[in-house]
Design a binder for this molecule. Structure first.
Ligand SMILES: C[S@@+](CC[C@H](N)C(=O)[O-])C[C@H]1O[C@@H](n2cnc3c(N)ncnc32)[C@H](O)[C@@H]1O
Length: 472
């Protein structure tokens, strides 16, 4: 039993941490922090293995850890009252670095003339104000952080003011919970105060702005968002941002939130819960983003495992982020597959894609996988092909440029070996996974380029529609 458990744990992929994250190589050293910060010392204990640990179920311990990490590593003074959501610094830093990657990839061109000054909008910054604090101190970004709760606004403001070195970069903005401030005089008849029993979506639905949501049409749909404004009504006329981000209230109720028995990160109902849960909240962000599409370059929503970004700015070029480039496991979905195509057809196309360049590709039809070995010349050949072998055989036009110039592709020191596996998800949807067999610094960059090229070609051949959503 114990063995099984252990094996299961070993098999689980380790949570990925961004390579530029300060803690990726050096996780927080509790013993060191305890020796430097006496207030942290009582929370640190030593197990039989003599390793220092803290009790993750003790809110005071997790809060003190966050406080000392922000102080020690960022020089930030920080505090939150009892029970407020306590962020973990390594985890929140990851999110900032992911945004940094997307912004610097220049897939989406800048819309802000003041190009060097990145400006973000943090929906629901919380008492902890963690994203503006990290974004400003790590990268010098400026922020508008919003919230509706007085306690959150008060403490976010305090956390900004106690750090004069970055305070001019962060504005804390109150979200008006009363619609008169949002809709203005003309809409007085429709005014509703959020939090009342009347569904406020009625008042929004009565406006003439082009909102594509079915929810707005069927305003009283269950599980639709019925809280205060999120973006529309909070973003001011003429304001532009490079991105907007959000760690939304996840749950429909505190019961649903449950209590993770392994950690205690606090979190009041106001922070954790919204009617309709995160789906309703994010749906409203999507709707608002359509109305405000001129105001943002990127919009980000965060859930437990996924970061989702979208943009209304036409892409300048296709390019992978440095972070993505270092991954040795990559995947994409083929959605909207035409009926006559299945995993085997995709696999055969993978085979012909690599064979045409002379690379070795061995199919295994039982495991729906293909093992590929490609030399530098093969790789360059693939990337140089504007019209890839597949498109040629189909007689179709490929509109996509190679993901990056083949000459600028990092050359792996050895042949590149990787496995492509195709999984059926649901009818009409396949997951294509690529795993690099041997990883060194340059091979993962080349692997990403090739994999991205394969993605373009397979989507071109098999999918009815193409999506351009960045998922990490
Ligand atoms: C899960 S907490 C996130 C806090 C912090 N950003 C973090 O990641 O730790 C969600 C926050 O969103 C706030 N919130 C809920 N609805 C909001 C709205 N419509 N506009 C702005 N903030 C909102 C809550 O008060 C709460 O502080």
């Amino acid at each position: 039993m114990v063995k099984n458990k252990k094996r299961r744990r070993e098999q689980q992929p380790r949570p990925t941490i961004h390579p530029r994250n300060k803690y990726s190589e050096n996780p927080p050293d509790f013993a060191l922090l305890a020796s430097l910060y006496p207030s942290f010392n009582p929370f640190v204990s030593y197990g039989r293995d003599a390793r220092p640990r803290i009790d993750w179920t003790d809110f005071n311990a997790t809060r003190e850890l966050t406080r000392v990490l922000l102080l020690h590593d960022q020089g930030l003074h920080w505090w939150i009252p009892d029970g407020q959501l306590c962020p973990t610094v390594p985890n929140r830093s990851n999110y900032i670095h992911w945004i940094e990657d997307l912004l610097s990839s220049e897939i989406i061109p800048k819309i802000n003339n003041n190009a060097d000054n990145i400006r973000g909008f943090d929906i629901g910054t919380g008492a902890n104000c963690i994203y503006p604090l990290l974004g400003a101190s790590l990268l010098g970004w400026s922020f508008v952080g919003t919230d509706m709760m007085d306690v959150a606004l008060e403490w976010a403001e305090r956390n900004v003011k106690t750090n004069p070195q970055i305070s001019n970069l962060i504005e804390i903005r109150k979200v008006n919970t009363c619609m008169d401030a949002v809709l203005g005089e003309d809409s007085k008849e429709d005014l509703q105060c959020y939090g009342s029993k009347t569904n406020p979506s009625n008042s929004i639905g009565s406006e003439s702005a082009p909102v594509p949501s079915s929810r707005r049409d069927d305003a009283v749909e269950e599980n639709s968002y019925s809280g205060p404004p999120i973006l529309f009504g909070v973003v001011r006329d003429g304001e532009t941002f490079d991105f907007c981000m959000c760690n939304p209230p996840f749950f429909e109720s505190m019961e649903e939130a449950g209590l993770n028995p392994k950690t205690s990160c606090g979190g009041t109902p106001q922070e954790m819960v919204c009617p309709g849960g995160e789906k309703a909240f994010i749906t409203r962000i999507i709707e608002d983003s359509v109305r405000l599409k001129q105001s943002f370059r990127y919009i980000f929503g965060q859930t437990c495992r996924w970061g989702i970004a979208w943009s209304f700015v036409p892409p300048a070029r296709q390019m992978i982020s440095p972070y993505v480039a270092e991954k040795s496991n990559l995947s994409f979905m083929l959605e909207g597959l035409q009926r006559q195509f299945g995993a085997i057809h995709v696999l055969q196309s993978v085979e012909s894609f690599f064979h045409e360049t002379g690379a070795s590709c061995k199919l295994n039809v039982h495991s729906f996988s293909a093992d590929i070995t490609a030399s530098n010349d093969h790789l360059k050949g693939i990337l140089r092909n504007k019209v890839g072998p597949l498109e040629e055989s189909l007689g179709g036009d490929c509109e996509e440029e190679p993901p990056s110039g083949s000459d600028s592709m990092p050359c792996p020191s050895n042949d590149l070996s990787f496995r492509i596996t195709v999984f059926q998800q649901i009818p009409g949807t396949l997951l294509v996974k690529g795993s690099l067999q041997r990883k060194d610094g340059s091979s993962s960059g080349a692997f990403s380029s090739i994999f991205q090229r394969l993605e373009g070609v397979l989507k071109q051949k098999f999918c009815r529609e193409k999506a351009s959503v960045a998922i990490s």
